[in-house]
Structures are given as C-alpha cells and as structure tokens.
Design a protein around this ligand. Structure first.
Ligand SMILES: [Zn+2]
Length: 298
C-alpha cells in the first residue's frame, strides 16, 4: 500500500469514532512522568554523593588544621594552613575525578532517555487505541524515529550535569579559604559547606525535573505531529505547584505550529513541558482530514 492509500485506509477505519465530527479529543488523560523524574533524581543524588564521599574523607584533616591554627598566634603559620587546605583540595579533586569518570553518567542518562521513550510509546498507543480504536504498528517507533532527539537530549544532559560535582568542590574550597581569612569558626565553615552541598544537590534535582519534562514533551510532540495531529489541549498536573499562567492555559486548545504565550511580560511562547520546570502535557486533538497513524496490519 502506498502512503496515500494507507492514509485513506486509516481514515476509513477511525471515521466511526468521530461520529460525524471533524475533531476528536483524546479519551485518555496522560500525565507528567513522575516515575522518570524520580529515577533521574536518584542518578543526580548518587552523582552528588561523590562530592560528599571525598569531603567525608578529607574534611577531618582540614578541620584539625583549622583547629590547630586557632590556637596558634604566629602569623607565619598562616601560609602552612593555606598549604594544608590546598593539598587536601587538590587530592579531593583528583579523587573526585576518578569517581565521576567511573560513575557512567552518560550510560545512566541514555538508560533514562530510553525509559522515557518506552513510556511515551506505551502512553501514545493507549491514547490511539482508546480514542480511535486502532492499534499502532508495533515497531514503528523503534528505529530511527526518536534517535536524533534522544541523542541530543543525552548530550545536553551530560553537559548540564557533568561538572556540577567538580564546581561544587571548587566552591567548598573557596568557603574554607575565605572563612579562614575572615576568622570564622571551624564549625561555621563546616556548616556552610554542608549548606552549600544541600543547595547544589537541589540544583541538580531541579535540572532532573526540567529535563524530564522537556524530553517527555518533545517526544509527545514528535508522535502527535507525525500522526497528523495539529492541535492539542493544554493540561496541567492540577496541583498547587502549577504556576498561574499555566493554570490559565489549562483546558485550552493550541496548535503545534503556534505555541501559546507562557510569559505575558516577555511574550515568550512554549508548548507543554518546554517552559522551565513545566509539568504540563499536551493531550492530542485528532482531525479526520489530517490523521495519519501507522496502523497495525490486520
Ligand atoms: Zn506547566
């Protein structure tokens, strides 16, 4: 069957579901993939823990050096403490580098990308089955369909996450050096290190959420536009964390070639999942004239 004959066969097969209407909304409500976000956050948590592990090993040494310094009034020794700190952080950086190299960040991110792909295919097949009453060709999305998008996402995410532990350790070195110069107590320096670690860990988790949503949204867009879906209904996750503007968009219909304004101040436009940390999704609106789903044989 050629492409046109295939499209006509699909339209004939799904026509009864439209009941004479031009458009048909999805009968399945899909959601932001919380499970993948959690999986991604497990990865960033484990990756950040590498910083904690090296700190744990070297912090007592730095603490001792700081304590000794407090009891020492001779100014000449300040340089010695500086050396102790420098040596300790050099050794930590070396150790951290080994740990991050053997962590397998890229491999873990690839696994997350494939997990997201699997989940979106499962969701999409369910949407098509329950809304249109047809089965999608089984291996349609297995080959090249997502390859480029997944590769780009993995590459972007490796770059976003890769240097966080190293940068984090660099900031901790500054905290020790500046804290010491400013005459802060050892305790307050250690506390500041712990607080910084907490902030960096949360920062990595926010990237995980943002990027999970971006990939999920991007794959949904690819599936829908490929199937001749030009419109979608904006759907928020419906909880208290949904921002005001996205709540206004909820339930409204938009076109894939014309994203709505998500920031009224700047006029910035985005589809669901594209805005920073957006957990909204796009529910497809099928059109009998443009629909072109890869239908399973038989
Ligand atoms: Zn949103």
């Amino acid at each position: 069957m050629n492409d046109i004959a295939m499209k006509q066969a699909v339209q004939a097969a799904v026509k009864p579901k439209f009941r004479g209407n031009q458009k048909l909304k999805s009968k399945v409500h899909t959601y932001y993939p919380e499970s993948i976000e959690r999986e991604y956050q497990r990865v960033t948590d484990a990756y950040m823990k590498l910083v904690k592990d090296v700190l744990k090993e070297y912090l007592p040494m730095i603490k001792d050096a700081l304590m000794q310094e407090k009891g020492n009034v001779r100014k000449d020794d300040i340089r010695d403490l500086g050396l102790v700190v420098k040596d300790a952080f050099d050794a930590m950086h070396k150790q951290l580098e080994q740990k991050t190299e053997s962590f397998g960040l890229r491999r873990k991110l690839e696994a997350l990308a494939h997990l997201t792909r699997k989940l979106t295919i499962k969701e999409w097949k369910k949407v098509v089955k329950q809304t249109l009453g047809i089965d999608i060709m089984d291996d349609y999305y297995m080959g090249e369909f997502y390859r480029e998008a997944l590769n780009v996402w993995v590459e972007d995410n490796v770059n976003l996450i890769k240097t966080i532990p190293k940068d984090s350790l660099g900031r901790m070195k500054e905290i020790v050096q500046e804290g010491f110069k400013a005459g802060k107590t050892t305790n307050s320096i250690v506390k500041e290190i712990q607080r910084t670690y907490g902030i960096e860990k949360r920062h990595a988790r926010l990237i995980a959420r943002d990027q999970t949503a971006k990939l999920h949204g991007q794959l949904a867009k690819a599936q829908q536009t490929d199937a001749g879906v030009n419109e979608y209904t904006w759907s928020t996750s419906g909880d208290s964390r949904v921002r005001e503007r996205h709540r206004e968009l909820n339930g409204k219909r938009f076109r894939w070639d014309d994203p709505p304004v998500v920031d009224t101040k700047t006029g910035r436009r985005a589809h669901p999942g594209e805005d920073y940390q957006c957990r909204c999704v796009a529910l497809p609106v099928f059109d009998i004239d443009t629909i072109n789903v890869p239908i399973a044989k038989g």
